[in-house]
Design a protein around this ligand. Structure first.
Ligand code: SF4
Ligand code: SF4
Length: 375
């Protein structure tokens, strides 16, 4: 939990500098053009709250939550702005603000079902039907494939998990899964300001992983990746956490997977949690280069624009969220590519929710490219 008081010096620095560079790449500010909803405005609000100059009003709450925590404002500034916004959310909840009603419903689902999608725990087993993957048991495996709830319980996304598992098997990697016992990684709790619940969950999760003797977690979800990786670092746990794109690009590089390259022009969307917030830019591109005629978008890598789904924006501000998705699709189309590839289930669903482009998962694309060779 970050106390807003600890950030006071940084908030004063922003107030003194007031450069506004953070507004350049902010997808929300660039769409709404409301100063209080830029990072500069939000930092001023936080300082005002700390100095007793502002009260907590509905506008302050809106400014705190109308943000995808995409990290683009950190690109232009020495301050950890994304952490500031998260800290503000925690501060508001600690000072009596009720969770937004859309977030309250997600939180109830996580509490009752262990996922934010109102799906029973048994739904986490569906994606692996017929794949003959062992269930994790104490001391029986080193590598855990952590499916993540979004792909595991949402039917259109299950194929991406199956593709990841098939590719791992095809490359000879031994791994197990937790199936319906797989816990929530806590990403949603963390990002909507539920600090106490998140801290308890991350401790419980790593106790479970240690009981199973897990040494490495491979996950297909960028949100799970950054959350579990940062939790492992924070808790001092010696468990490596990687995203499937990192694991698989290594196998492609070593020649463990043979790939046939398509001549179709495709572009790649960096999920914020994998790229800017997770530091994984190269590995997905290595796979893209191996499977397609791959072109970059005008804003890519560290400067990639958010798809508009994250940090509770999609549920609480759906109109704005869709506008951000449409901007992303328009940018992808401007490259002349016919397919937009990503490796985040949340981005995938979001980008498919607006018209204009064929959106595919990187692992499904790679599996097809390896099928083309073996077939
Ligand atoms: S948040 Fe950083 S980039 Fe934005 S106004 Fe403040 S100091 Fe400048
Ligand atoms: S995290 Fe992203 S959406 Fe939020 S203020 Fe920063 S750039 Fe804007």
């Amino acid at each position: 939990m970050t106390d807003l008081e600890e950030l006071k010096h940084d908030l004063e620095t922003c107030f003194g500098t007031s450069c506004g560079f953070c507004e350049r790449g902010c997808p929300v500010y660039q769409t709404l053009r409301i100063k209080t909803i830029s990072m500069r405005g939000r930092n001023r609000t936080m300082l005002g709250l700390l100095e007793g100059k502002f009260d907590i009003t509905p506008s302050v709450v809106k400014a705190a939550f109308e943000c995808t925590l995409c990290g683009n404002c950190d690109r232009w500034c020495s301050l950890k702005n994304t952490e500031h916004t998260r800290a503000l959310r925690e501060y508001l909840l600690k000072h009596g603000v009720e969770p937004l009603k859309e977030h309250a419903s997600l939180l109830a689902s996580i509490k009752n079902y262990g996922n934010p999608w109102f799906q029973p725990r048994s739904a986490r087993n569906k994606w692996k039907k017929g794949l003959d993957i062992p269930k994790a048991a104490p001391g029986k495996q080193d590598v855990l494939f952590f499916a993540g709830c979004t792909s595991a319980v949402m039917k259109p996304l299950m194929a991406s998990l199956a593709a990841s598992a098939k590719l791992l098997k095809r490359a000879g990697t031994e791994f197990a899964v937790m199936g319906q016992d797989e816990p929530c990684c806590g990403s949603t709790l963390h990002r909507v300001g539920q600090a106490e619940a998140f801290e308890k969950l991350e401790r419980d999760n790593f106790d479970k992983f240690k009981t199973l003797g897990i040494k490495k977690i491979v996950t297909a979800c960028p949100g799970c990746y950054t959350t579990l990786k940062k939790s492992a670092e924070k808790l001092g746990e010696d468990i490596e956490v990687v995203h499937i794109a990192q694991e698989i690009s290594d196998l492609v590089g070593k020649g463990d997977l043979k790939v046939r390259r398509s001549t179709e022009k495709m572009t790649y969307h960096d999920p914020c949690h994998l790229g800017r917030l997770g530091g994984v830019f190269e590995e997905p591109r290595e796979i893209m280069g191996a499977v397609a005629d791959y072109v970059e978008m005008p804003n890519s890598g560290y400067e990639a624009r958010c798809c508009g789904a994250g940090a509770g924006l999609q549920s609480a501000f759906p109109k704005l969220s869709r506008e951000l998705a449409q901007k992303k699709i328009d940018e992808a189309k401007s490259t002349g590519a016919t397919t937009l590839v990503t490796c985040c289930p949340f981005c995938e669903t979001q980008l498919r929710s607006v018209p204009g482009m064929n959106v595919v998962d990187l692992m499904e694309l790679l599996l097809k490219a390896t099928d083309d060779v073996s077939g």
